[in-house]
Design a protein around this ligand. Structure first.
Ligand code: PLP
Length: 378
């Protein structure tokens, strides 16, 4: 009798058969010594590139000083990070956790406590994470089905459909929860008019407008937050992915005008605001300056135009270095063909490639990627 090879991991990811051992800038090295150009960046996480000196030095220095205390006391990196985020947002208080889904959970609890209302208005095709609350607000029935019943009171609306949004928001709405650009759902931007309408409806009905910027935040779209481009300021905002360049951290920011709902005991996280992750995040915030943001916008516009000219490309969506490339075939086969050529690209949906390279990627590296994509999509 033969024994089947059993993975040491539960079967939650369709992992490709590659083991990475080292990273440097926009490149990864596998266990066989092969180099790969990385246009995934840990799914929009390693925004400054692998081993960027600023967060690396900050995390090293903090590792040598203090790893963890709990949230019963203050630590310097956490306080500094909250100040820096508040300054970027234009006045906000922070709650720190360890992932995007946890940041969304915090937002849901905050909105419910703040309004004493039960309902969440979210969008079809959205993605807010895999925990039970965040999953309940995720507008992808296939991801939810096996786990229902989930949190009740979520109403889903078609993205960019202002009339349906107006129908869904009312006296029971705690928050309107949206990603300014739907990420996992295929890199689908929301129109400014839709976001403006969401702002109006939240104000009219006394609900909170919450932007899930877990993927769009931290300079990914060419501004620090994606809301700056739509010029619609939310009452609360979630961050995670790019916040500490790869160390686990998430944050809920609540705008000054919407603050005050949580009191001690309402929410918490043992690891939240971990000094090492927070120190790395402070260095990330210092590094994402106007020059880098302008460069992200420039490279994104240039890359999108170049992608549109490739064979097999149906549509290019997104802003900055958050780009979705809809192609005329299954994304999975193109991802595999790129991997064979030592190029890492992601996917978001059946026929959409997702490109989320390090924000620091060089033009020549993008050129290299374009040549491989051209060959693959021929
Ligand atoms: C990735 C993502 C999440 C979930 O983040 P995790 O860290 O995987 O829990 C939530 N919202 C958005 C918009 C995301 O892109």
């Amino acid at each position: 009798m033969t024994t089947a090879v059993v993975s040491p991991l539960l079967d939650t990811y369709a992992r490709a058969d590659v083991t990475f051992v080292e990273g440097n800038g926009s490149w990864l090295l596998d266990a066989n010594g092969e180099r790969y150009l990385d246009l995934v960046a840990g799914i929009a996480v390693v925004g400054l590139g692998h081993r960027h000196p600023a967060p690396l030095a900050a995390a090293h220095a903090q590792l040598d000083k203090l790893w963890h205390t709990s949230n019963l006391w203050w630590t310097e990196p956490m306080a500094t990070l909250a100040d820096k985020l508040s300054e970027r947002f234009g006045g906000a208080q922070a709650f720190f956790c360890n992932s995007g889904a946890e940041a969304v959970e915090a937002a849901i609890k905050y909105a419910r406590k703040s309004t004493r209302r039960p309902e969440i208005v979210a969008l079809d095709n959205s993605f807010h994470g895999r925990t039970a609350g965040a999953l309940a607000a995720t507008g992808q029935p296939a991801k939810r089905a096996a786990f229902e019943p989930l949190l009740p009171g979520v109403r889903f609306v078609r993205p960019n459909d202002r009339a349906s949004l107006a129908d869904a928001v009312g006296a029971e709405t705690a928050c309107i929860l949206v990603e300014p650009i739907q990420g996992e759902g295929g890199i689908r931007p929301l129109r400014s008019e839709f976001l403006e309408r969401a702002r109006e409806l939240a104000d009219i009905h006394g609900a909170l407008l919450v932007f899930d910027e877990v993927q769009t935040g931290m300079g990914r779209t060419g501004t620090f937050f994606a809301w700056e481009q739509a010029d619609v300021r939310p009452d609360a905002l979630t961050l995670a992915k790019g916040l500490a360049n790869g160390l686990p951290i998430g944050a809920l920011l609540v705008a000054e005008g919407a603050a005050g709902a949580f009191v001690p005991g309402d929410h918490g996280s043992t690891f939240g605001g971990n000094p090492v992750a927070a120190a790395a995040a402070c260095a990330v915030l210092e590094t994402i300056d106007d020059e880098l943001l302008a460069d992200v916008a420039r490279k994104g516009a240039w890359l999108a135009a170049a992608l549109e000219r490739l064979p097999g490309v149906v549509e290019v969506r997104g802003t900055g270095l958050l780009l979705g490339v809809e192609i005329d075939r299954a994304a999975s086969s193109a991802v595999a063909a790129c991997l064979e050529r030592r190029l890492l690209v992601g996917s978001a949906g059946e026929r959409t490639l997702r490109l989320t390279p390090p924000l620091t990627i060089a033009d020549a590296e993008l050129d290299h990627a374009l040549r491989i994509l051209e060959e693959v999509l021929q």
